[in-house]
Design a protein around this ligand. Sequence first.
Ligand SMILES: [Zn+2]
Length: 481
Amino acid sequence: MSRTGEAGRREAVRQIVNGLSHDCHWNLGPLSGIDWRVKQLRHRFDQLIERLRALAAGLPDRRTGDNTQFEMADITLSAFAVFFTQNPSFLSFQRHMEQAKGRNNARSLFQIKRLPTDNHIRQTLDPVPPRHLFEFFDELHQAFNQQGLLAAMRAVQQTRLIALDATWYFCSQSKNVHCKNCSCIRHTEGQVTHFHSAITPVIVSPSHSQVVSLRPEFITPQDGQTKQDCEIAAAKRWLAAHATLYHTGNDTFLGDDLYAHQPFCRQVLLHGFHFLFTCKPASHPHLSRWVEALEAGRDLHTLKLRVKGKSNRWEHHYYRWANGVPLTDSDDALKVNWCELTITDAAGKVCYRNSFITDWQISADNVAGLVAAGRARWKIENQNNNVLKNRGYHLEHNFGHGKQHLSSLLATMNLLAFALHTFLELSDESYRLIRAAVGTRQGFYQHLQTLTLFWHFETWESLMDFMQRGLEIGPYAVAKS
Ligand SMILES: [Zn+2]
């Protein structure tokens, strides 16, 4: 390549890296690639609630006789409303409102005809396997797709990035609260922690803060296997069950070092997907030694870039990569492509280093994009699992364990509430404006909790309208002199 061509390419790559360095964190700024015509659709919230209600009406119902006075749809939507409003007292507030005013927000916003008691909800939902609600993930997935988000989220090589990771959603140290689906940790002092966990895959993108939740896979203990085996086994089950559903012809799985495991990589390839997994030298010593023995400039390639980091300070990004490296030392070792990024500050101090393996052929043109895609994996931890645990969803809180499926079903509803919130951020202009004015999603739901305690709203739109008026935004924005 000519010197001018080389400089041009470096500049192009530098621009990619600079763009990616200024990643957004739950900001509600302009979202690139969104088809805003779709956002004009009215009653989208109502349509989705209606769809969830239809799905809930078909859930298996083991009740008999007088015990069936409440519809399954009312019971399911009642539980969902608690997660959507992030308010454990939502139902009791609405029961009071019904007694006082003869109307309530559970009916007007969530289409719940009659409010069951919390105990009846738990008892009726306990025997329902969570897979019966999975179609609502598909409904939302389709809605995200129609919005243009999924196309806009495609990353390097025009690929869709699906991040895999496991997270806990229930834990207890009580001797009485556990079931056959619980995993457990036996502490040296004799104490036992029972927990439930699941793989919660999400579509991520280096250039979008939103993550799109896909169907989860619950991790149930397997005889004689370690936790690591369980997580990988669950990921394999997820692949086998959903490969056809999510396969678009160009999809790449992201995962931490645990997934950089030869049998799993082979499974991914067999299902027609790509992979891009973190690969730490300590857990892959053979591959690491192999790379270090390669001849620099011939088999081991490098690229140095100087780019502006998040704090607008100059950083040095040093890439190394090699194609066709054996993942293990076995005779049937899978040949993978390896890359590494080391970031140093102006003083030469190492701020970041990570390495990845992939089946994508690596070159100077795509190494920065591939590494950016690999780094987008943290979004499943930071913008999915941490949000679900710490920012209003309280995923690990014991909402109810039940004897069969209750905790998994409630966790599924929590994931669905999160996915619907994300969808509203993209599709509901009023919601976006209010969120931007309030600042955080938690703040928004705190306002919603208070408002629905005291006032009755005929529709979701009237609630949004009320909030906009109070905040003097949107159609109620006051011109500043
Ligand atoms: Zn359990």
